[in-house]
Design a protein around this ligand. Structure first.
Ligand code: ATP
Length: 200
């Protein structure tokens, strides 16, 4: 089975593209969903978060108060790194468990949808990687419309991430999602053909 990483930048259209692959019956592993699920699968993560950041972020049932905790670590790079060190090994482990289970089911291609595929070094474990790219103007316009934010705020968010230009260097396929969905669909079809040829 081919393990394929899919990434992008804020508002570049990763979710849109991922849904188009799903429509083609390609199984998708969503790293954001896994990042939430590991907290319930591996109780030691919550314990470690408690030990590192304090009990105050947990409610009486022992659930993490996600919003409060998110606000607490959001703008603090050191805290964010600490949390990543705690949680990332479990996320990676779980991703590979799910890849293996799709492989056992006989799937030929499986896509990992991961916003930080490159930053977290997960791309090196993939057979192929795909970047969903858009030009900056389109990216700003789409995020302004989707998230009802000002242009400056959107630009701030874009600039806080690794740029789409930098990400280009790490991938085998680039989907230009700046145009209409039909154009994006055509590129997805070409990639599917290429992956199927590779798989033989
Ligand atoms: P994030 O990582 O920030 O959640 P994303 O990369 O998953 O974003 P999407 O939510 O898929 O991006 O797309 C951003 C916005 O642009 C959405 O409102 C989506 O409907 C719209 N969009 C995506 N692709 C296209 C396209 N080809 N044409 C027009 N609109 C698009």
């Amino acid at each position: 089975m081919l393990r394929v990483g899919l990434t992008g930048g804020i508002g570049s259209g990763k979710s849109t593209v991922s849904n188009l692959f799903r429509e083609k019956d390609v199984p998708i592993i969503d790293a954001d969903i896994i990042a939430r699920e590991v907290l319930d699968i591996y109780p030691e993560i919550k314990q470690n978060i408690k030990n590192t950041f304090g009990e105050k972020f947990f409610d009486e049932k022992g659930n993490l108060k996600r919003r409060e905790f998110g606000n607490f670590i959001f703008k603090d790079e050191i805290k964010r790194k600490k949390l990543e060190q705690i949680i990332m090994p479990y996320i990676k482990k779980e991703i590979f468990i799910r890849f293996d289970s799709f492989e056992k089911k006989g799937e030929k291609v499986c896509i990992l949808d991961a916003p930080t595929l490159i930053e977290q070094g997960i791309y090196v474990d993939m057979d192929k990687n795909i970047l969903v790219w858009v030009d900056l103007k389109t990216q700003i316009k789409r995020v302004v419309e989707r998230d009802k934010l000002g242009q400056a705020e959107v630009l701030d968010r874009i600039n806080s991430q690794m740029s789409l230009e930098q990400k280009k260097k790490y991938v085998h396929y680039i989907i230009d999602n700046s145009k209409d969905l039909l154009t994006t669909r055509e590129q997805i079809n070409k990639i599917m053909t290429s992956l199927e040829e590779l798989r033989g």
